[in-house]
Design a protein around this ligand. Structure first.
Ligand code: FAQ
Length: 323
């Protein structure tokens, strides 16, 4: 890459060293010099990702009290708790870029930050718990396995651990789907309905098509992204079609067919108008999700105040002891 125009001589050298590291496939670490634009892009992407994990607890949290058995309830609680952990883990990673998580979190609460479009759809039946694990976590794994090789070290390392947990999530979801698929006609119908509602939004998780993805070129050049949105979406479709066939479920796309020449499953046109409406804040549950996060934040105020008061008290005590 060309050095930033008008950059001071030392910055030009720093930039060259940064680009050389990227070209060599080395990790960029928090103490390394990095262009402000790289820092900004990583902050944007990682904070959106952390917000997605936190908002992503809501659709499934909705079903914890209604899980059909103790075993299902335990798995679902564990999964939702994992998502909270992923959020905290990625907020920590984002803080290594010099930002404060409370500032980032406030952007989520005031609606100025994005989070994944998928969590703006309602969870209407128990089958949705299976389908979210299978398709939503399945899509997340495809995206995040590649992000585990991203150029920013803290993000890459976070992804390694998160992907392990997402694999458990996907398996518990697929197992719910397989059980319902082998169940009564009503259970099969409930599952098919859930797949019909979540299939297209799951494909949208990978972001706009490459030609409409303003951030991709820069992120690919810096090896933050290692594959394009469309490449990952195609990989997800290729992996998922045989899984649907194995449990006898139909994916709601009449244009879905295997292409012998490319060895890919070709699929129909995504409703991009719907996608852009959802990310603008006009999806079926955007307002409800933000209201739930704001309520949780307000309800937790006393905990933050108590923790701050305790920390101040401890600090004073240490000062007195040291004097
Ligand atoms: N939703 O130029 P691009 C999970 C925005 S997994 C909302 O292509 P980029 C696990 C994009 O931000 C889900 N907004 O952007 C879980 C940009 O807007 P901006 C989270 C979207 O960054 C499972 C604009 O559109 N995973 O939570 C979406 O190159 C179950 C233009 O797009 C991640 O965040 C979308 N789907 O590529 C939890 C992974 N797509 O910021 C609970 C990390 C695009 O310029 C339960 N992120 N936009 O205003 C990424 O891999 C990338 O950021 C993409 C977007 C691929 C999401």
């Amino acid at each position: 890459m060309e050095p930033t125009p008008n950059a001071p001589a030392d910055e030009t050298a720093l930039n060259a060293a940064f680009e050389a590291k990227i070209a060599a496939g080395d990790s960029i670490e928090p103490k390394d010099w990095m262009p402000e634009r790289y820092r900004k892009q990583l902050t944007r992407m990682m904070s959106q990702h952390a917000h997605s994990e936190i908002v992503g607890m809501l659709p499934e949290g909705n079903w914890i009290t209604r899980a059909p058995s103790l075993r299902r309830k335990m798995s679902l609680i564990a999964k939702v708790q994992d998502e909270a952990g992923h959020g905290l883990y990625i907020y920590c990673g984002t803080e290594t870029l010099g930002v404060d998580r409370f500032d980032l979190y406030n952007q989520l609460l005031d609606g100025s930050a994005k989070y994944s479009s998928i969590f703006n759809y309602p969870t209407l039946s128990w089958a949705d718990m299976g389908v979210i694990g299978w398709l939503v976590d399945g899509a997340a794994i495809v995206n995040q396995t590649v992000l585990a090789k991203t150029s920013y070290g803290p993000y890459a390392r976070a992804m390694v651990r998160i992907c392990k947990e997402e694999n458990f999530h996907k398996r518990q979801g697929y197992e719910i789907c397989a059980t319902l698929a082998a169940g009564t006609p009503a259970q099969r119908e409930m599952l098919q309905d859930a797949v019909n509602r979540f299939w297209w939004p799951a494909l949208m998780m990978f972001g706009p098509s490459d030609k409409d993805s303003p951030n991709s070129a820069e992120l690919l050049r810096w090896r933050v992204k290692r594959k394009t949105n469309d490449e990952l979406r195609q990989r997800f479709v290729n992996l998922t079609v045989p899984q649907a066939q194995a449990i006898g479920i139909t994916l709601p796309d009449p244009d879905l067919r295997y292409n012998e020449a490319t060895k890919n499953w070709d699929f129909g046109e995504i409703d991009w108008a719907e996608f852009f409406e959802v990310i603008k804040g006009n999806g079926p549950c955007n307002k409800e999700r933000l209201a739930a996060r704001n309520k949780a934040h307000d309800d937790g105020r006393w905990v933050r105040e108590a923790a701050t008061a305790y920390a101040e008290k401890q600090a004073k005590k240490r000062q007195t002891e040291a004097a």
